[in-house]
Design a protein around this ligand. Structure first.
Ligand code: ATP
Length: 302
């Protein structure tokens, strides 16, 4: 067996600055239009591999995250080796910081980190196009997690158009212990929107948001943010609704749920106001996490 080579990848979580569901395919998949934004909060994913024996092992600091074939990081490693026709002993260690099942694409970020990490340590066997096609097969959010930055995501979320953003802002991320399963959240939306039998559009607000990001205009960004899930999920998730209310009262430019929730985030203009909001939420029993969004795309592989 050859020498094992390892790399540490910062698997960045995402928030949705905009999330609209505009239709439903015959096979039941929903089509979306979403502005996804990477955040500084990330899982640390160490990937090491040596060509030879075919074995994948996953370790995680959280005992309730499965480390077998149910882990999407494991599935990413399997798919990568199969795609390349390679045998390798792969070890993946995940230090999770992104809230699990929180609407921040934590699992997808780990999967993207494994694809990027394995491609690096195994000598770049996959070129960009094949890597992104593989990412899309693993999950709709995985291509965005591979790309990072700010992007308009359409289709099921896997069709990316990078967006120019000049916005860097402090952020407060508020996880909650209430659970939301993504299939349940979509079923709730289907009930509220008649199974999306007729297509919907929110085009005006989306165009205004993209312009605001490009101009680095924090206020206009805040005004044009949108998440279709909020109206159906927040009335049923009291902690998340309370977190949103507290963030708004504490001076957030805008507080909104990310993805299908229940994680709520607040965007702030000033670090000091964000820090005071963190203090207020902590006193109410929340465990807010300080983070940033940055217009500079951070290099994720070290
Ligand atoms: P999305 O925003 O893409 O809907 P999410 O952030 O809501 O995703 P995840 O954190 O990706 O949700 O986890 C969803 C489920 O997947 C969890 O119940 C968890 O047990 C399982 N899972 C599999 N692999 C992972 C992983 N690497 N990290 C976290 N959860 C994982």
């Amino acid at each position: 067996m050859k020498k094992k080579v390892g790399t540490l990848v910062r698997a960045q979580g995402k928030i949705n600055l905009y999330l609209n569901v505009n239709g439903r395919e015959e096979n039941g998949y929903h089509t979306i239009e979403s502005v996804m934004q990477s955040v500084s909060l990330c899982d640390r994913v160490t990937v090491s591999a040596a060509r030879g024996a075919d074995e994948i092992r996953v370790a995680c600091n959280l005992p309730y995250v499965p480390c077998d074939g149910r882990n999407i990081a494991y599935q990413a490693a399997r798919a990568f080796l199969d795609e390349c026709g390679l045998g390798a002993e792969v070890h993946i260690s995940i230090d999770k910081r992104i809230p699990v099942a929180g609407g921040m694409a934590g699992g997808s970020a780990d999967a993207a980190a494994v694809l990027a990490g394995l491609n690096r340590v195994l000598g770049e066997p996959l070129e960009r196009e094949r890597l992104y096609a593989l990412a899309a097969r693993l999950g709709a959010d995985v291509p965005f997690c591979l790309a990072g930055g700010t992007a308009l995501c359409t289709g099921r979320g896997e069709v990316l158009s990078p967006l120019e953003s000049r916005l860097s802002l402090p952020l407060l991320i508020v996880p909650s212990r209430e659970s939301v399963s993504t299939p349940w959240a979509y079923a709730e939306l289907d009930r509220a929107y008649g199974n999306f039998a007729s297509p919907r559009g929110e085009g005006m607000r989306l165009a205004a948001l993209c312009r605001a990001l490009e101009a680095g205009d924090a206020k206009a960004t805040a005004e044009n943010m949108y998440n279709i899930f909020e109206d159906v999920i927040l009335p049923q998730r009291k902690q998340a609704a309370e977190a949103k209310r507290l963030l708004t009262a504490a001076g957030a430019l805008r507080a909104m749920m990310s993805g299908s929730g229940p994680t709520v985030f607040g965007l702030f203009e000033e670090v000091s106001v964000r820090d005071e909001a963190a203090h207020i939420l902590a006193k109410r029993g929340f465990r807010p996490k300080k983070a940033e969004i940055s217009h500079r795309k951070t290099q994720n592989t070290h």
